[in-house]
Write a protein that binds this ligand. Structure first.
Ligand code: E4P
Length: 233
């Protein structure tokens, strides 16, 4: 399973890249705005350089198919590791699968985003998605169980040998990460604050403290023993 960061914060991204646990990056217009990236092209190019060869998802910002295609083709020229995010439907509920299909036929990798049902994931895959982004937190907000949608999608992809990968996003709690991993996510995209929570545990800290204290006591014992030997010599 892969871990992506759901962020546009270059400081946090650099930090977690250094820990060797990041396989890619996802953004959306809200994340870019929250993390102070107002110039999309400049910001996306910088993030792509930071990520090396790892995939970086950047989302289109229009409801119109023609404009989505224009933006997506432009994004794809910014860096070789760009993945274009296309919502499964637009604000009016109009399918965007024709856009997904056209881009994938051109060899542009597409992350079909804002997926909230198994049916959407299935259709996005059929249209040529490289990634299908299932929004766990938003699904749970609506009273649905994200694990069921993730599991069904994974089983269906495997049964029919599709190569599309499930990205689980919209993480709201550390427990969501565990649930997504066990439900069959290929990738979980995680806000950096949750990675910091995942790695830490107060009892681990106490354990390490105890070991360090005992190691210091052992060193003190040796010093005392050596001093005693030196005193009798
Ligand atoms: C990731 O690709 C999504 O854009 C992101 O996780 C959405 O999260 P949200 O539901 O917190 O906006």
């Amino acid at each position: 399973m892969e871990i992506f960061l759901d962020s546009a914060d270059s400081k946090e991204i650099t930090k977690w890249l250094g820990e060797g646990i990041v396989d890619g990056l996802t953004t959306n217009p809200s994340i870019m705005f929250k993390d102070g990236v107002y110039d999309l092209e400049d910001g996306a190019r910088k993030l792509c350089r930071l990520l090396g060869e790892r995939p970086v998802s950047v989302e289109v910002t229009s409801n119109e198919h023609a404009e989505m295609l224009r933006q997506a083709r432009g994004f794809a020229r910014w860096a070789p590791n760009i993945v274009v995010k296309i919502p499964v439907v637009n604000e009016q509920g109009v399918s965007c699968l024709s856009v997904v299909n056209a881009l994938s036929r051109e060899g542009i990798r597409v992350n079909v985003t804002a997926i909230l049902s198994f049916n959407q994931a299935m259709l996005a895959t059929k249209a040529g998605a490289t990634y299908v982004s299932i929004f766990a937190g938003r699904l749970a907000d609506e009273g649905s169980d994200p694990a069921v949608v993730i599991r069904r999608t994974r089983d269906w992809l495997d049964a029919w040998h599709y190569t599309a990968k499930i990205i689980v996003g919209s993480i709201r709690a550390v427990m969501d990460i565990q649930c997504a991993a066990l439900a069959g996510a290929h990738i979980i995209t995680i806000p950096p604050a949750f990675i910091a929570k995942m790695v830490d545990h107060k009892y681990t800290r106490e354990t390490v403290k105890q070991f360090n204290q005992d190691a210091a006591k052992a060193v003190a014992q040796i010093a005392t023993a050596r001093a005693a030997v030196a005193g009798t010599a």
